[in-house]
Design a protein around this ligand. Structure first.
Ligand code: GRF
Length: 200
């Protein structure tokens, strides 16, 4: 049997890029059969772009503010990703909702990570929402992306306990560490064919 070919990832980011870093580190360590072909940020100057370039990965800023329509922004993303010939899309802290145009370009092949146990606490500030609610168990979720906000079919979750001594920052840091491992595990499963494209 021939070995599966590496995943060709396009990673969309908006900020710090610690999840991107976890993916790049796993690839560099030889524990994830993938290549990051292109990183795109909708915000110029973010740390995620620097992390990509430091790893020798092509990194582009395409600001959504330069496009009057969401569809036109998504078209610009899709043409850059097509040019890079990626076959899976990873949303790693990407703070824009994708249009049907983008979803149709990569059917069933877009995944996102979210810092709560979905379907609880979708949307922005999920860690704070959960903390303020007083939950004792939260975590993170990797899911397929559909037209909703954090609403696609769940692939994997990791639970994180809320300790009595936690403040918001301590809880957020623990969830972030859980994200880094579960995201890479899901990508390993995709690379090995244990998780396959899902179109809902
Ligand atoms: C993560 O908490 C992720 O779940 C959310 O945005 C954050 C991105 O963090 N969607 P980073 O940029 O990967 O450090």
């Amino acid at each position: 049997m021939t070995a599966p070919s590496p995943l060709r990832l396009g990673v969309l980011v908006s900020g710090t890029g610690s999840n991107l870093q976890a993916i790049l580190d796993a690839i560099a360590a030889g524990t994830l059969n993938a290549r990051v072909e292109l990183v795109i940020s909708n915000r110029p100057g973010v740390q995620a772009l620097e992390r990509a370039r430091a790893a020798g990965v092509e990194a582009l800023a395409i600001s959504h503010k330069e496009f009057a329509q969401r569809e036109a922004f998504d078209q610009a993303l899709v043409s850059a990703l097509r040019e890079a010939d990626v076959n899976w899309i990873v949303l790693a802290g990407f703070m824009r909702v994708l249009t049907p145009h983008f979803l149709a370009a990569y059917p069933g092949r877009i995944i996102n990570i979210h810092p709560s146990l979905l379907p609880a606490f979708p949307g922005v500030d999920a860690v704070k929402q959960a903390f303020d609610y007083g939950v004792k168990l939260t975590g993170c979720t990797v899911h397929f992306v559909d037209q909703g906000v954090d609403s696609g079919r769940i692939i994997a979750q990791r639970a994180v306990s809320v300790e009595a001594s936690d403040d918001l920052a301590a809880l957020a840091a623990r969830i972030h560490r859980a994200e880094h491992s579960v995201f890479v595990e899901v990508l390993r499963d995709i690379a090995a064919g244990r998780v396959v494209p899902f179109e809902g």
